[in-house]
Ligand binder design. Sequence first.
Ligand SMILES: [Zn+2]
Length: 168
Amino acid sequence: MGEEEKLKIPKIKKGTVIDHIDAGYALTIMDVIGLGEKQNLMTIGVNIESKKYKIKDIIKVENIFLTETQMQQIAILAPNATISLIEDYNVIQKINLKLPSIIKKLIKCPNITCISNSEKEPIDSEFTILEEKPLKIQCVYCDRILNLDELVFIKKKSEKPIKQRLEL
Ligand SMILES: [Zn+2]
C-alpha cells in the first residue's frame, strides 16, 4: 500500500505485475520476453519514484502469466524485480527474483566456434557471473565475456505459464 497507491497506474483485475525493475529496463524486458507481441492491455511506468531503489520501472500485463524461462530472463535483466500474480485485483502470489550464480541454457554464446553452439555436441550454454552491476558474464566453455547489451536469449517454444503449473 502507500507507495503503490500514489502511482497513476491502474490496478489490473487479472495478470502479472513486474515491479522494482531497474529504471530504464522496462522496454528491454518487454522486448526480450516477448510481451510486446501479445494483444493484451499493458501498462508501463518508467522512472517511477520508489522508496527502496529511488527510481524504478514497472510493467503490468493483463491476462498474462509468465513462464519459468521468462522469469529467469527477467532475473538476469533486472535482478531486483518482483513478480506478482493477480486474480480479482488481489495478489495471489509474489515472487522475488534473484540473479542466479550460473546461467544455464538461457543465453546463446555469440562465439560461433564455441562448443555450446556445435550441432554435433549436445552441450547447453553456461555462463558464470563476473560482475553483477553492470552485468558481465563469461562463457564457461570458450571464456567469451558478455555485457548486458550483448545478451541474446535462447528462444523456447511451448512452455506453460507458471500459474497453470501451480494449479496442477
Ligand atoms: Zn562460448
